[in-house]
Design a protein around this ligand. Structure first.
Ligand SMILES: [Zn+2]
Ligand SMILES: [Zn+2]
Length: 377
């Protein structure tokens, strides 16, 4: 004996088109395979609801059914067209088209009770400058909400029904009477027991306390690309909080923080470093080891190198993130003046000082250029 279509959809015999549609959508949402995979009866219930909807949403079929019942439809040649589908997933797609659930209940169309995208998660990852130069695989861990495994997200203890919300009697709204200076006002608000769904789990799932979601510690490995800048974000689609009622997951954003490297300052793709060269060596010329991202590199300091002079090591900076050229390493020479001279050094330096002539001074810059250089340093 087939069940009464109005009873299946839980609408009155005088329910209008909109009410029938709303009732079917509500049922379909509960029976969606993503939400209700554990319930072996979901498929049968969905078929039943779909058949009821197919009949009651068609004015002619509904008149026939109202007058002659199931028998009347059969003699009228009606038979549901979706008997041959295998899984409830297939059936669902057949009824709601490709994209199934999302297309039928997508965001925006149904602000409450419909599919909702999960929230985004932001997590920081600190790396060294060297890693930013070469690129690195980094593992981040964070908490994200996921669909509860016990109830598959519908909030009900397995094997227990979802029932009309006793607080709002299934309407999803509650009325509150407020006394004001102008008399009584009735205000409708979203029911805070069922959140506007109109239906709640009779026995809330013990794992998630009926919320349908639980927090889970998650680890994700990401590839930080070479050339990334401090504070840049990497988006990992779909690894944020789980969507609700079949909605898509949110995204994960990894905010890359580059730890300060005391050897280098970053200037775009260029790096700047400072090396100390003792005054006599700067005068005589020498070779010093300059730190680079790939280890120390010997660099020639020409005889007569002046304080603040800059040497450029081409291509020793940061690589470009997308296109462009690799930056340079600028090496600023800090000429140091020897201190705490011993007796012998002092004597040598005194003799050396006495030997200086105007020829030994820097000839290539005037007073203004000197001031500029010193003040800029
Ligand atoms: Zn649960
Ligand atoms: Zn309610």
């Amino acid at each position: 004996m087939p069940r009464d279509y109005y009873e299946i959809l839980e609408v009155g015999r005088d329910g209008d088109e909109a009410q029938i549609k709303k009732a079917f959508r509500k049922l379909a949402r509960e029976l969606h395979p993503d939400v209700n995979a554990h319930d072996p009866e979901a498929e049968g219930k969905f078929k039943e609801a779909a058949e009821a909807y197919e009949v009651l949403s068609d004015a002619e079929r509904r008149r026939t059914y109202d007058a002659y019942g199931h028998e009347g439809l059969k003699t009228g040649g009606y038979s549901p067209h979706f008997e041959d589908f295998g899984s409830i997933g297939d059936l669902f797609s057949a009824f709601f088209g490709a994209g199934g659930f999302d297309a039928a209940f997508g965001q925006g169309r149904q602000p409450r009770g419909g599919a909702m995208q999960g929230g985004d998660v932001a997590v920081a990852a600190a790396i060294e400058l060297v890693d930013a130069a070469h690129g690195k695989r980094v593992e981040v861990s964070y908490d994200a909400t996921v669909l509860c495994d016990t109830c598959r997200g519908n909030g009900a203890e397995p094997g227990t029904p979802i029932v009309a919300c006793p607080t709002c009697h299934g309407s999803g709204q509650t009325q509150r009477v407020a006394r004001t200076r102008f008399g009584q006002l009735v205000r409708s608000t979203v029911c805070d027991v069922c959140g506007g769904d109109g239906r709640i789990a009779r026995d809330p799932c013990e794992t998630c306390r009926g919320g349908g979601m639980v927090a889970e510690r998650r680890r994700v490995e990401i590839e930080v690309p070479a050339g990334i800048a401090d504070g840049q974000r990497i988006r990992v689609a779909g690894r944020g909080h789980a969507g609700e009622r079949g909605g898509p997951n949110g995204d994960l954003y990894v905010v890359v923080q580059i730890r300060a490297d005391e050897r280098f300052l970053r200037d775009g793709n260029d790096l700047v470093t400072v090396i100390d060269v003792a005054a006599p060596l700067a005068a005589l010329g020498t070779t010093v080891d300059v730190p680079t991202l790939d280890g120390p590199v010997p660099v020639e300091i020409k005889a007569g190198t002046q304080p603040g002079e800059t040497l450029t090591l081409g291509g020793r900076g940061m690589p470009p993130l997308r296109r462009g050229r690799t930056g340079d390493l600028r090496v600023v020479v800090n000429v140091t003046i020897p201190r705490r001279l011993n007796h012998e050094q002092r004597e040598m330096l005194e003799r050396f000082a006495a030997s200086l002539t105007a020829e030994n001074d820097r000839q290539d810059e005037g007073m203004i250029a000197k001031l500029r250089r010193v003040l800029a340093g």
